[in-house]
Design a protein around this ligand. Structure first.
Ligand code: ADP
Length: 425
């Protein structure tokens, strides 16, 4: 019978051998570590005149060199593993990744990039961006990223059913430029369908709504003329029908406007716009509305402002919209100030109010269509489309629109438009 407590001599032998091997390895590592430390000490102590042979201990040196060789081999192996791992990661992810080296030639390209660009695996390496993408847009994107650190562009590849790619370029902190490609064909297709749907629906709604609005207006006039024959409650309801119908007509008009702008429709950008004059004219347009709301309009505008290139009526629309909101959300006795601030590169127009302000979570969303902050909802009126239109108009002009606001203290909406450069572009 076998005694469970009896220890097999084979097992004991095995444990002893393991312990010896481990001990040996530790001792060797300590000795080697010491050898390298010793070499470092010697080099640090005699930097200028070099090492004298008297200082050299051949055993130390040999151990140090061996350790260094070992470490180099390990480092090389680890680097190969990291490169392999990066390669496999790049091939797993669904986005296309290309790196352009310092000469702007492809030196890394993953499987998705080859697939998006319709190339055989590996065939992108060594190509210029234009050879790889067959679209001149990419050259501009790569150059811009090289100069500024980041750029992006969208290109539709000219092949049968070629995808639409969104390309984001970033300068690498190590070398070259990374290009990240996303296939946005489906997204763009759905956006087109949505825009067409809204456009068609708005067109269909416009005619009957305009008729209802005109009829409501006539009804209000007739009710006013009928005197006592129409009871006050009925008159009140007719008045509400007119207000709400007007609201609907305005919403449909703004929806049509937004879909025209979004579809890249005819925004003629040929005017040389003087934003100083436009700001003053917009303030005049809102003067009556502001007076009715008990709000004072002020301007802070320099004598001369460099011209910008764009669509004057559209930029005017942005300004009127910002001013309208600023007055609408100001208290009785409030002040709204319009500032025009030119710099070498751009002209910034800011509209400042001291009204209800906008909570931080809402600030990120108010430029979306139909978005209204809660407080604004309670105030009624407005379609929630004005800022979406404003953002599109400003972006088409190559500018940016933003808001700074504190709830209960007021808001400042500002947009920038690049100034016209000397060659007239
Ligand atoms: P509308 O004013 O027709 O509702 P907008 O797109 O112009 O639509 O504005 C969207 C929302 O942004 C408003 O409903 C309101 O919540 C908020 N907003 C815009 N301007 C201001 C402002 N000056 N002060 C406070 N809230 C504002």
């Amino acid at each position: 019978m076998c005694d469970a407590r009896a220890v097999d001599p084979l097992v004991v032998g095995f444990i002893i051998v393991q312990a010896l091997v481990l001990g040996g390895a530790i001792a060797l590592a300590i000795v080697r570590g010491r050898a390298i430390d010793r070499l470092r000490e010697l080099l640090a102590a005699r930097p200028a005149e070099g090492l004298g042979t008297a200082d050299l201990d051949t055993v130390d040196i040999e151990q140090a060199v061996r350790t260094l060789l070992d470490r180099t081999r390990t480092a090389e192996w680890e680097t190969t593993q990291v490169v392999r791992d990066r390669g496999s990661l790049l091939d797993i992810i669904g986005v296309g990744v290309v790196r352009l080296d310092d000469e702007l030639l492809v030196d890394v390209a993953n499987a998705a990039a080859h697939q998006f660009l319709g190339r055989a695996p590996g065939s992108l390496i060594g190509r210029s961006p234009i050879e790889a993408f067959i679209d001149p847009t990419i050259e501009g994107v790569a150059q811009m990223a090289r100069e500024t650190g980041a750029a992006s562009g969208e290109l539709t590849l000219r092949r049968d059913d070629g995808p639409t790619l969104l390309v984001r370029a970033r300068r690498s902190p190590v070398r070259g430029i990374w290009l990240i490609m996303e296939d946005v064909s489906e997204l763009r297709r759905l956006q087109r369908i949505r825009a067409e749907f809204i456009d068609n629906l708005s067109h269909e709604l416009r005619t009957p709504l305009t008729t209802v609005s005109l009829l409501a207006e006539t009804l209000v006039r007739e009710a006013d003329g009928a005197g006592e024959a129409i009871p006050p409650r009925m008159r009140d309801r007719i008045g509400k029908i007119e207000v709400e119908t007007d609201h609907l007509v305005q919403m449909v008009e703004e929806l049509l406007d937004l879909s025209r702008i979004e579809s890249g429709g005819p925004m003629v950008m040929l005017d040389e716009v003087d934003l100083r004059r436009l700001a003053l004219a917009s303030v005049e347009r809102l003067r009556l509305f502001a007076e009715r709301q008990g709000v004072e309009l002020r301007t802070d505008v320099p004598e001369t402002v460099p011209p910008v290139r764009g669509a004057e009526d559209r930029l005017g629309q942005v300004l009127v919209n910002l001013l309208h909101n600023a007055v609408k959300f100001s208290p009785d006795g409030g002040v709204v100030t319009v500032r025009v601030e030119p710099s070498a590169k751009e002209v910034v127009v800011a509209v400042e109010d001291h009204g209800i302000g906008i909570a931080r979570p809402d600030q990120a969303r108010i430029f979306e269509r139909f978005y209204k902050a809660d407080k604004a909802r309670r105030r009624g009126g407005g379609t929630g489309l004005g800022l979406a239109i404003a953002r599109h108009v400003v972006e088409v002009h190559g500018g940016r629109i933003k808001v700074e606001s504190e709830e209960g203290r007021g808001s400042t909406f500002s947009f920038s438009v690049p100034v016209l450069v000397a060659d007239g572009t």
